[in-house]
Design a protein around this ligand. Structure first.
Ligand code: NAI
Length: 254
């Protein structure tokens, strides 16, 4: 196991009450980072309870990381601006921003509704734009942005016009940011997960999942920890000369 030390660094992971985001934030917490657990207070969901339970778990770790819990919807620019102000005022600034919040609404082009198209673009692409725009304003020089894209943004999969367009957009945005922010020694990279075991997979049909599994050379689905390992690597000071890149984490699948 690689031992990282992020003590003194303020790390914000969007949508980190569960799934990949929770795994990534937990890895930063173990490495001593000041953690900002951000969750969507969706009235239809259990995100608030999940967020409070995860915050308690993180605070009980041996590394005793400071943990802040902030709510917000990444689709809403004003909420994201307010979130970043909270981070600046209460945590003193931002060192690492991981744009993880995302949704999936798969359907073929023919059947996809306009609402399904807009929902995915607004969350997965507009949300990343909002967080990068307002996050960069409060980020300290030498900071790190890691966007959670997807191999779906590199390869087109059936039934994912909305998702693939959003994730390919995130990859393009990441490449531009790497150039715009380089003069502040801020890097911007993306990870492109393959199929990772999280609640999001509940939305994929079992027969499609069986097909995916057959194609993964590693012979297993990924875990949030697999993504966390890649994100922490890209967030280290030592990765400062790596920017504008996309790192697939797929068990060799794509
Ligand atoms: P998940 O559904 O477990 O977690 C997504 C998180 O985003 C949840 O905490 C949710 O509350 C939050 N979120 C959704 N809409 C939001 C909004 N408007 N504002 C703030 N937060 C919001 O899913 P998972 O699998 O952990 O996904 C995390 C990221 O990884 C997503 O960007 C997803 O597209 C990406 N990804 C996941 C893969 C997988 O196989 N699970 C594969 C490739 C990429």
């Amino acid at each position: 196991m690689i031992t990282y030390n992020f003590s003194g660094k303020v790390v914000l992971v969007t949508g980190s009450s569960r799934g990949i985001g929770a795994g990534v934030l937990t890895a930063f917490a173990r490495a001593g980072a000041t953690c900002v657990l951000h969750f969507w207070d969706d009235p239809a969901g259990a995100n608030r309870e999940d967020a409070e339970a995860l915050a308690a778990e993180l605070r009980a770790l041996a590394s005793k990381p400071p943990v802040y819990v902030f709510a917000g919807d990444v689709r809403d620019a004003a909420q994201v601006e307010a979130l970043m102000k909270q981070v600046k005022d209460q945590c003193g600034g931002l060192d690492v921003l991981v744009n993880n919040a995302g949704i999936i609404k798969d359907r073929t082009l023919k059947k996809m509704t306009l609402d399904e198209w807009h929902a995915v673009i607004q969350t997965n692409l507009d949300g990343v734009f909002h967080c990068c725009k307002y996050g960069a304003e409060v980020m300290r020089d030498g900071g790190r942005i890691v966007n959670v894209a997807s191999v779906a943004g590199l390869v087109g999969f059936h039934g994912q016009t909305n998702y693939a367009a959003a994730k390919a957009g995130v990859i393009g945005l990441t490449r531009v940011l790497s150039k715009e922010l380089a003069r502040r020694q801020i890097t911007a990279n993306a990870v492109a997960p393959g199929v990772i075991q999280t609640p999001m997979l509940g939305e994929i049909k079992p027969e499609v999942m069986t097909e995916y599994l057959k194609q993964i050379p590693a012979g297993r689905l990924g875990k949030p920890e697999d993504i966390a390992n890649a994100v922490l690597f890209l967030a280290t000071e030592e990765s400062g000369y790596i920017t504008g890149q996309v790192l697939p984490v797929t068990g060799g699948w794509v």
